[in-house]
Design a protein. Structure first.
Length: 164
């Protein structure tokens, strides 16, 4: 998943981060443990399988809901492309979902709903647009939040200074 990159001044996916395009970090991570990886949205510069949202402009929540609607997998790992420091150890520490509708990290009290597991049945309970956190709060105990202590891997690239 990737945003429009307004705060970065343009397309976020292809912006260089530590010498490589930002999108490559998450893609490589997902390829290491997922049988299928697809980009939700549209980025003409990337030669990747894409799922174009039925209603573009729904933001991250719209992208998540759309991905869940077209998925034939029970559990789907959603990863925004602006988390380049997340790694296989993060996925291991997050753990596999055991039930409910989502398994997501919290780092120092800050929820990170764009890097974790969503069950495809969550699509029935999530609106197609709006705040991801507000929508998740409506799911209550169906969301497992996994606590991470201070962890620099949760760098979320949104501003030009984050690219340095």
């Amino acid at each position: 998943m990737g945003g429009a990159g307004r705060r970065l001044g343009g397309d976020k996916a292809t912006r260089p981060f530590r010498g490589r395009p930002l999108w490559t970090y998450g893609f490589e991570l997902l390829k290491s443990f997922c049988s299928q990886v697809e980009l939700v949205g549209e980025c003409a510069q990337l030669d990747l399988p894409t799922l174009i949202e039925a209603q573009p402009g729904g933001g991250p929540l719209g992208a998540i809901v759309h991905a869940l609607k077209v998925s034939d997998c029970d559990w789907n790992f959603v990863l925004a492309l602006d988390y380049p420091l997340l790694d296989a150890d993060f996925v291991r520490d997050l753990g596999k979902p055991g039930g409910g509708l989502a398994r997501l990290p919290v780092c120092q009290g800050q929820p990170h709903p764009l890097c974790g597991y969503y069950h495809r049945d969550a699509k029935a309970s999530l609106p197609a647009h709006g705040s991801v956190l507000r929508a998740l709060s409506q799911l209550g105990s169906q969301v497992s939040w996994v606590d991470f202590a201070a962890d620099e891997r949760f760098l979320n690239v949104n501003h030009p200074q984050d690219l340095l």
